[in-house]
Design a protein around this ligand. Structure first.
Ligand SMILES: NC(=O)c1ccc[n+]([C@@H]2O[C@H](COP(=O)([O-])OP(=O)(O)OC[C@H]3O[C@@H](n4cnc5c(N)ncnc54)[C@H](O)[C@@H]3O)[C@@H](O)[C@H]2O)c1
Length: 342
């Protein structure tokens, strides 16, 4: 039997415990250490996982434990520094989203992982959800036709971050899905936002992505919304899909709806749109925690030396779009071409 992959987690705040639970439950992995400078968080760890070693510092954990892999679940500003230290120490690395706070930081991590033949994966958790996998399957089958427009809303009250704005916090989820569906980078990015709570940190952002051939996507992210909303609409030339992640049943609804223009007409009076209203289909989805699949996938990639679905290059593309959002915000919402270097 294969010996378990030994995992250490950096950051045991809100999200770290979810990662700890999932790695702990995997037969193929063992949670051996966690580090967090916050003493209360380490006490909580000791209560829940007494067998895991607790450290205040990342370097201390790296120096003292025989780890195969490290998982970075700290605030975004520390992702690059910790991931770099992990890769330089020869560890496989899973970084929570966003991969880092600049495209250059992402590129350095990708190079280090390649040089060390190490797995570098980004925690774009939604790409491991059954609903999103089914969505990709439906789109790949051609059932929707050509994707013309995507609209996303990810809204809730808080949790306010200090180091990154709401686009860097919430939009990576939407962007990771959009980029996979479109299979290409946007040609232009516009972003407007409002820093209504903390100066310089936008709590509300609206992002527009223009793609070649006229396709278009909008991403609305907010920490200032009384409702929790997690919705995406995919409009194709033949059908449309609404993905509502908060629906316990029927997360995906495929609407057989479209509008056709008349192929030929001679006068304005002859011009008639043809509205097609067909059925709405709700595909069956298997139950399962996306984070569990993500952790399993990471361990499989480490064991078999495979490239993860959400590899460093994918994380870099998301960060390139987020960087363009920052440039557009500074330019009052004007169009920005995302950085060209791969
Ligand atoms: N994939 C998802 O769906 C998802 C959901 C929530 C959060 N996240 C991501 O997880 C990460 C953490 O988010 P969070 O909400 O748990 O933040 P948090 O602020 O609640 O927790 C972060 C923890 O990291 C600790 N920390 C800070 N610097 C550290 C360092 N150098 N070494 C070790 N620990 C350190 C802090 O003390 C804190 O306990 C972020 O990147 C966030 O975007 C992902």
């Amino acid at each position: 039997m294969q010996s378990p992959v030994l995992v250490g987690i950096a950051g045991y705040g809100y999200w770290g415990p979810n990662l700890a639970r999932n790695f702990q439950q995997l037969q193929s992995a063992a949670l051996v250490a966690v580090c967090d400078p916050d003493e209360d968080r380490r006490c909580d760890l000791a209560t829940n996982y007494p067998e895991a070693a607790a450290y205040a510092g990342f370097d201390e954990m790296l120096a003292n434990e025989r780890l195969d892999a490290v998982v970075i679940a700290t605030p975004a500003r520390s992702h690059h520094k910790l991931a770099k230290a992990g890769l330089l120490a020869g560890k496989h690395v899973l970084i929570e989203k966003p991969m880092a706070t600049s495209a250059d930081e992402c590129r350095e991590l990708i190079e280090l992982a390649a040089a060390g033949k190490l797995v570098l994966m980004v925690g774009h958790t939604y790409l491991y959800s059954e609903a999103v996998r089914k969505l990709f399957e439906i789109i790949a089958s051609g059932d929707l036709g050509e994707i013309r427009y995507i609209n996303c809303q990810r809204l809730n009250f808080g949790l306010f971050q200090k180091d990154i704005n709401v686009a860097w916090d919430l939009a990576p989820h939407d962007l990771s899905i959009i980029l996979r569906v479109m299979g290409r980078m946007p040609t232009t990015v516009n972003c407007q936002g409002g820093a209504h709570v903390r100066a310089g940190v936008e709590a509300v952002t609206n992002v527009s992505l223009g793609f070649d051939e006229g396709a278009f996507a909008t991403v609305q992210s907010s920490w200032l919304e009384p409702r929790k909303v997690r919705q995406m609409t995919f409009v194709g030339t033949r059908k449309m899909v609404v993905y509502d992640d908060l629906e316990p049943h029927g997360k995906l609804r495929i609407h057989d709806i479209r509008v056709d223009c008349p192929p030929r007409y001679n006068s304005f009076a002859e011009f008639q749109y043809s509205y097609h209203y067909g059925e709405c289909r709700i595909p069956h989805l298997e139950q399962g925690e996306p984070l569990k699949r993500m952790c399993e996938h990471f361990v499989e990639c480490v064991v078999h030396g495979r490239e993860p679905e959400t590899h460093g290059g994918h994380g870099l593309e998301v960060v390139r779009v987020l960087e363009a959002c920052g440039e557009s915000l500074s330019a009052g919402g004007g169009p920005v071409v995302p950085g060209m270097a791969g």
